[in-house]
Design a protein around this ligand. Sequence first.
Ligand code: ADP
Ligand code: MG
Ligand code: MG
Length: 882
Amino acid sequence: MQQIYFFNEGRRDMRSLLGSKGANLAEMTHLGLPVPQGFTISTVACHEYEKNQNQLPTALQAEIVQSLERLEAITDKKFNSVQTPLLVSVRSGAAISMPGMMDTILNLGLNDQTVIGLAEQTHNERFAWDCYRRLLQMFGNVVYGMPEQNFESVLADFKRRNGYRTDLDLTAADLKAIVGRFQELYLESEHGAFPQAPEEQLSLAVAAVFTSWQNSRAKVYRQLHHIDGNIGTAVNVQAMVFGNSGADSGTGVAFTRDPVTGEKKVFGEFLQNAQGEDVVSGVRTPQGLSAMEAMSPQAYQQFLTAVAKLEQHYHDMQDVEFTLEHGKLYFLQTRSGKRTAKAAVKIAVDQVNEGLIERNAALLRVDPEQISNLLHPEFAAATLAAQTPLTKGLPASPGAASGKIYFTAASAKAAHEAGEKVILVRQDTSPEDIAGMVVSEAIVTSRGGMTSHAAVVARGMGKCGVVGCAHLVVDQEKQQVTINGTVFPEGSELSVDGASGQIYQGLLEATQATQDENLQTILSWAQAVGQMDVYANADTPSDFAQALDFGANGIGLTRTEHMFFKADRLLKMRRLIIAGTVSDRVAPLAELEELQTEDFYQLYSLAQGKTVTIRLLDPPLNEFLPHDAKELAQVASALNMSVSALEKRVAVLHEANPMLGHRGSRLAVTYPDIYEMQVTAIINAALRLKQAGVPVKPHIMLPLIDTLPELQWVKARLVAKINDLLAHARTSLHYQIGIMVEMPRACMVADELATEADFFSFGTNDLTQLTFGYSRDDIGSFLPTYLEQGILKEDPFKTLDVEGVGKLMKMAVDKGRYQRRSLPIGVCGELGGDPASIQYFAEIGIDYVSVSPFRVPSAILACAQAAIKRDYQASKVAVQPS
Ligand code: ADP
Ligand code: MG
Ligand code: MG
């Protein structure tokens, strides 16, 4: 079985076998671009390695040896040869690109002999020893897990002692001494001497890459991006080219369009006389591409032609890595470029206008989760006008954030867990910092450019990011940062403007961003394609107005209880609950009815004929009750009763398990007057609007229904009440009474329930809670471990559990529609806004999702994507030969 492929044997569609880096190296080779040659050890080999208890199987070892011989023939160089040493890079790459996640080793093949050969052959001793010290560093770190810091401090020491500013000041003699010191570090470690045999270096490196697939930062990244851990990684072994071989050499990265604004203009960074990682790691702040143009106008023209070809070929913005060795250009990587949400929508719309892609392709190109970033806050011009920035860096990722500063991933995480808003401030970031970046509002670094690790990751996460703040000095030891002479200790408050790169002292207030024109275009295309409606979960007129602004078709869920939590209303609600008898409830109910009528009136006037679905009171009554002594005393005095009487009543209402207790429609059975009050408010509000000539569509929703007799019982009373009201007003009104489907039992008997319910709306939060038997409020103690151990792939409260909860939903849909074909069915609850879950909802025939206002645009796009993918699948099935 072939486990290794040379670059000229692969193509871009072989990603799952070659990983995306390998497949794209092959594709570039095929396109005739200058790519240093090499081969890809496939993901199949990764699986074989794991099956073989993390040992390279003999068959694979043999294939590696053969492939090396072939590479030696192609390059006319030899492993372990002093005259013409072959050096390679060993680069990991999974099917889905995971920037910075896996590890790369450069200059492999160097040892105490070949380094001398390389120096002689290139007439450049400094260069040869620079390569060797890099190999020792990367190999030690990746293969043996020796801390990067140990190597870095040797380098830093050397520079400090000699008064050097950058790595470039290190002389050949310095580097030789550094290599000596690095080799001592190996000897001091448990691993012993650095392996001199290139073949051994290679086997160890390949094994280390395969093992690194399971390292914790790779796992964190995969979890964050929903990447399956079973796909494995490939390893690329590629002949080295040297950007660090002199003043006519260099290395860079470039995007075919601006990754921040989306502007159609090649954007990149370049470092003269440098190798690979130097650009992205932020060790030196890079120059623009003009530096490359100045160095070699000819190579620059060749570069521009090549990247234009790449974008045309891939039909997407590309992110490329390249190197100039003595003025000769080489490409080392291409992939779809990460971009801000703003750039994503601009590029998608532009590329449709340029005729490069179709509308549907453009819709698939934009990540629904990402576009919510476009709705995120910015600092108002007026706020900023009154401030003087402390300093300015590169605006790497837009957004506006304020919070307290922390200098390590661990302290950022701890502060976040303590409920603080956190800004991570570092010299530069590396994959070890991911966990800290995830919890931060903003990321600030003193070094690095627009393509540094910090910048790329911040953009990918949609976090505000400012990098390369030259006047900001981080002191890790003292846990403080100095900005233009002023010291800010850990925990100081700063504000970061990702749009301008400015940093301000104190907490500035951010405001809602203005609507993006390209986003509007994308959403209008999406609405034309999507087959599900998008409603909003809105409890207040301002939420609803926001949602309408974002394109919502109506309200799928108004949680009336949220209307009672405001201070002035809470007391009225408490009076109602405390009342022991029906007659005691009359007065508070009347007061609440008046308030609710006004609430509903406002929602219906905003809706202008769109559906407004109002759910009757759902939570356990004791959620409204006072709990500590102080509150008890306050409420007792406000309600004009003794504390002991109040305590007695609270004790009566106490429940051992309120989530499964006296709530939802169960309240309607024991306190019918509460739901009757709410329905009265709904109908009266609707009638007022009807009289004024405004169309209204009241949808009344009953929570927590389990059985048909329960539904019949509650509904009969509500209908009687409504009939009274309508008779009294001598008019008629179209209304619907539907149910939340959120109990597993309701799914089982959905066909029965459909005889009485005018619509279904899945409450996926409760349904997930009850199907798993996971208390939503207590999952914190075990769910993280389940995810870490891979027992659960996803948090089922964030992404639908298709196999379990999804199956129940499908059953309920099928049963409901079997009873009544036209039964409207929606989903409200968190999962309604999750793109992956939306795909499944589309498949089982859900009519609408209802999501929080800020998720409306994402949901509109996700619905369009679901429809496009379904059509695509259907067309594939249709053309399959029978
Ligand atoms: P990552 O996935 O972190 O970008 P890469 O495998 O792309 O890791 O390699 C890290 C750096 O080393 C990149 O800048 C890349 O261009 C450079 N590099 C990799 N292989 C070679 C090579 N054969 N010759 C020169 N530079 C290389
Ligand atoms: Mg790379
Ligand atoms: Mg519920």
